[in-house]
Design a protein around this ligand. Structure first.
Ligand SMILES: [Zn+2]
Length: 362
């Protein structure tokens, strides 16, 4: 073992006896008191180049004491768990993603497990438009290797200003085909399965035989509410986590919820509560239920929502931390750049996940 201070942690010598570690990814500060110069020098020199016994001999410290020190630092989360020479086949291409995940892991093995889950997961993206196309790009750039892309649409000239991956030469071609080609230009070694169907009540059954780790709803036809219900029901039936990708309405963008079946509020729980709130105050939480909307939109808005979805997806797939958008959904105001979150509860009377729900764990 060659211990190394985490590459995403800054180390500052506050005084002769205090060292401060600042974890840049999680913004966590850790201070340790070091009374001994030898220990201070050892800690500051951990660059991954020396084995424990070499450090022990060079610094005149007992091996057992050194192991205790290294374990202490490891428990404080300031050592790097990335060992690029072993285990990580994709280290060269994805080292920044792996380093990002390393701040959420307690050990090399845990980091390896997170990366393995992320890399080998299969994500179904339904709808390859303004949000779905960017989400697919986010996931492939983050190391996800298996995608199922579902969209019956062809590329239209009016898509190019806000959707990822489509160019003038692609107009008239199937979005799923074009996006697959573009994504493979980023990472050649990905597996893409395509479906040219539009989402409706029954089309998801074609994936019954596939192991799917996450479904992302980026489809807004006929309405986001309808597609969310179809995907929510399928996800609950098969116990597959799902994310309502969001959408936009005038100057507000909806940041949709993340559903972990039978652990968080489901799409039906959200629907019940939205209906109750809309009865009291129809303006309080806006529903995106307008058919054939042609409202104004532009790339930054779509890619921003897609980035939020991508972040949630990486949390769900890697297990690095708890997803943020469980039991809530947000509205992003383009003008003020404020995000307002509305909380939702998992309901005992939910017909899907409540006490007598259809999809409750038996
Ligand atoms: Zn429910």
């Amino acid at each position: 073992m060659k211990p190394k201070l985490s590459s995403t942690t800054s180390v500052v010598k506050i005084s002769d006896s205090v060292l401060e570690f600042f974890k840049t990814n999680t913004r966590e500060q850790v201070r340790i008191k070091v009374d001994d110069d030898t220990i201070m020098n050892i800690v500051l020199s951990l660059d991954g180049s020396k084995e424990l016994n070499t450090i022990s001999e060079e610094n005149g410290i007992q091996y057992d004491s050194l192991v205790s020190l290294i374990n202490f630092l490891d428990n404080k989360g300031v050592l790097d768990h990335v060992d690029p020479k072993s285990d990580f086949d994709s280290y060269t291409s994805f080292r920044r993603v792996i380093h990002f995940l390393s701040d959420f892991s307690g050990s090399h093995d845990e980091l390896l497990a997170m990366w393995d889950k992320l890399e080998n997961s299969t994500v179904l993206i339904v709808g390859l438009g303004a949000v779905g196309s960017w989400v697919a790009c986010n996931l492939v750039q983050s190391g996800v290797k298996n995608l199922i892309l579902m969209d019956g649409d062809t590329v239209d000239i009016t898509n190019l200003h806000r959707q990822f991956g489509y160019s003038e030469g692609d107009v008239g071609l199937k979005k799923a085909d074009v996006l697959e080609k573009r994504l493979k230009e980023y990472v050649a070694d990905i597996n893409v399965m395509k479906s040219y169907d539009f989402l409706d009540d029954g089309t998801l059954s074609q994936f019954d035989e596939y192991d799917i780790d996450l479904i992302i709803n980026c489809a807004d036809k006929p309405t986001v509410d309808m597609t969310s219900l179809w995907i929510g029901e399928y996800g609950m039936k098969r116990s597959i986590p799902h994310i309502v990708g969001g959408g936009y309405n005038l100057h507000l963008s909806l940041i949709g919820q993340t559903v972990i079946p039978n652990k968080t509020a489901c799409v039906k729980c959200f629907q019940m509560q939205l209906e109750e709130q809309n009865k009291i105050d129809p303006k309080r939480v806006k529903k995106l239920a307008v058919k054939n909307r042609k409202v104004g939109s532009f790339g930054p808005m779509c890619s921003m929502i897609a980035s939020m979805v991508g972040m949630e997806a990486i949390k769900v797939l890697s297990g690095c931390t708890v997803p943020a958008n469980i039991n809530r959904r947000g509205e992003f105001d383009i003008y003020s750049m404020d995000i307002t979150y509305h909380e939702f509860l998992r309901r005992d009377d939910c017909e899907w996940c409540g006490k007598k729900g259809r999809f409750i764990d038996s």
